[in-house]
Write a new protein. Structure first.
Length: 58
């Protein structure tokens, strides 16, 4: 099924982009909002865990 292959590639790309955006916010000292336990929660930059491969330049 070709569509399944493409959907996996799209999912992987979206996840990578989100991870990069979150890491960028952490590095710039910006907060993010996440959904946790049915509520919107704000995480400060200090509360965002660094990515394992955070040496990636933006």
């Amino acid at each position: 099924m070709p569509n399944t292959r493409y959907s996996h590639c799209i999912d992987a790309g979206v996840k990578a982009a989100i991870a990069q955006a979150i890491e960028k916010h952490r590095r710039l000292g910006q907060s993010i909002r996440i959904w946790r336990d049915g509520k919107i929660v704000t995480l400060t930059a200090a509360e965002i865990p660094p990515r394992a491969d955070s040496d990636t330049a933006f």
